[in-house]
Structures are given as structure tokens and as C-alpha cells.
Design a protein around this ligand. Structure first.
Ligand code: ADP
Ligand code: MG
Length: 252
């Protein structure tokens, strides 16, 4: 029997005393891409944060499992080491650290290496930048300093490619991203999947255009902390036409 890479079992979560997730069940199997949609404030970012182990959120009931192992109480760095990857929407600029230096440290931590030469990283990075159609000069730039929306997305995709996560969480909070930046994500996910076909991904987005390009296996609608509906990519198209109202009334 194939085990899910990521499984949420009846997950309830709170932040600052307020209840946000109210019993979420989700299974992502190897090679699957799932999309998570839902109105603002539904709890989509909370769900991603809970899977990553963000200390600002408390799981009050249920479990998060990674390849069958309960990770509900593990700290975020341990989850990252085991292959949970969360792309930050608004990553901090880190002065004086280049993209390549950052990636080297991240790969060392993820793969449990004691040493990894700059040359090795440079070679793999060059290969990926070529696949993703990126300018090689990008590797030498300082992390997130003055990055455009598209460049931040490229940086996320590069991290995802090089860290070879078991499950990648992409929270496209959407605001301020132009369609080109979204395309970077869609193309990036496709390219990384070609190289790592077993990777699972959970993509949070409002944009049906993005989903059409990513071609998710499942689409889930989260309303008021619960998954109220799951279906194929046609669900995204119907949401574009009808919005979330039908499900809002279901919850009330
Ligand atoms: P979404 O990503 O679907 O827009 P969020 O997960 O960001 O939704 O937020 C869901 C709800 O939880 C919102 O009402 C938000 O205000 C609240 N919330 C999120 N994070 C916190 C927090 N750290 N403390 C208190 N409330 C929070
Ligand atoms: Mg959000």
C-alpha cells in the first residue's frame, strides 16, 4: 500500500486563543499536486504554517504525518530536515548573504551533510538555473535584497529544486504578484516535478490561471477552517465563475 507523503488527520489549530482550523483531513500521495483555495481568512496560510510547525500556531487536536510518521510536535527545523519545505511569501532580505551561500547552507542542513563545496553547489545551481531559464548572475546577488516579485518566486523555486523536499508547500498569498511571477511558479513546479516525480506539493492560490498551468491532481476548498469540498481542476474553474458563496452558506 502506498503511504501518503503528507497526511492531516482531523487537525484543529489555534493562534492567540482564536480557533482557525476546525478539523482538516488531507492526504497527499507521492507525485501528487494539490491546490488549496478559499476566501481570505479561511485558514489557508495557517494550514501551511501548521504543517511547517510555525510556533505561532497550536495544534489542539489531530495529527500531522509525514510519510506515516507523526511530526505534530516536531520543531520546524527538524521538519525541514525531514523534507517539509515551505516557500515564504515575503522572505526577509538577508544582507551580505548571496543566493548561492544561502542555498549551500540550506542543502547542508536538509541533507545532513558535514561539508559541501561551493563548486558542487555552483554546478547544480547552474544546471537548475539553466532549466528554469534564469540568468546565472542571480546566484551572486544578495538574498532578497531588492528582488522583484518574479525574482522572489524564482528564488523559491530554486530552493525547492535544490532541497528536494518530500512535500513542498507554496503559499501564494497572491497580492502584489503579476501574472509573470505566477507563471514562474507554475513552470517551476512543473520543471521540478519532471526531475523529482515523487515530490508532493500543496499550492495555495486564488488564481485559476496558475492552477490551469500547474494541473493539480486535486483541488480543495477551505472555508472557515474546514475543507468543504474537494474535486478536480474543474472545481477551480467553477469557483472563478461562482465564487465561494455556495460553500459559505453550507458552513453557517
Ligand atoms: P488565509 O490564508 O486563508 O487568508 P489565514 O490562515 O491567514 O487565512 O488566517 C485565518 C484566520 O486566522 C484569520 O481570521 C486571521 O486573522 C487569523 N489569524 C491568522 N494568524 C493569526 C495569528 N497569528 N493570531 C491570531 N489570529 C490569526
Ligand atoms: Mg493566506
Amino acid at each position: 500500500m502506498v503511504e501518503p507523503l503528507l497526511e492531516l488527520r482531523n487537525v484543529h489549530a489555534t493562534a492567540d486563543e482564536s480557533v482557525i482550523l476546525r478539523g482538516v483531513d488531507l492526504k497527499v500521495y507521492p507525485g501528487e499536486v494539490h491546490a488549496l483555495m478559499g476566501p481570505n481568512g479561511a485558514g489557508k496560510s495557517t494550514l501551511a504554517s501548521v504543517v511547517m510547525g510555525h510556533p505561532g500556531y497550536r495544534v489542539t487536536d489531530g495529527q500531522v504525518l509525514l510519510s506515516g510518521q507523526d511530526i505534530t510536535t516536531l520543531p520546524p527545523d527538524e521538519r525541514a530536515r525531514r523534507g517539509v519545505f515551505l516557500a515564504f511569501q515575503y522572505p526577509e532580505a538577508i544582507g551580505g548573504v548571496s543566493v548561492i551561500q544561502f542555498l549551500r547552507q540550506a542543502i547542508v542542513a536538509r541533507k545532513g551533510l558535514t561539508e559541501l563545496s561551493v563548486l558542487e553547489v555552483r554546478l547544480e545551481l547552474a544546471e537548475w538555473m539553466d532549466r528554469l531559464g534564469m540568468d546565472p548572475a542571480f546566484a551572486e546577488r544578495h538574498l532578497n535584497e531588492g528582488f522583484s516579485g518574479g525574482e522572489r518566486k524564482r528564488n523559491e523555486v530554486l530552493q525547492m529544486a535544490l532541497l528536494e523536499p518530500v512535500i513542498a508547500l507554496l503559499d501564494e498569498t497572491d497580492s502584489g504578484l503579476d501574472i509573470d511571477a505566477l507563471r514562474v511558479v507554475a513552470r517551476g513546479v512543473r520543471t521540478v516535478r519532471e526531475q523529482h516525480p515523487d515530490m508532493g506539493a500543496l499550492v495555495v492560490t486564488h488564481y485559476v490561471k496558475l492552477l490551469e498551468e500547474i494541473e493539480p491532481d486535486r483541488v480543495h476548498v477551505l472555508v472557515d477552517g474546514r475543507i468543504v469540498h474537494s474535486g478536480g481542476v474543474e472545481l477551480a474553474a467553477s469557483i472563478e465563475v461562482d465564487g465561494y458563496d455556495a460553500w459559505r452558506t453550507l458552513v453557517r
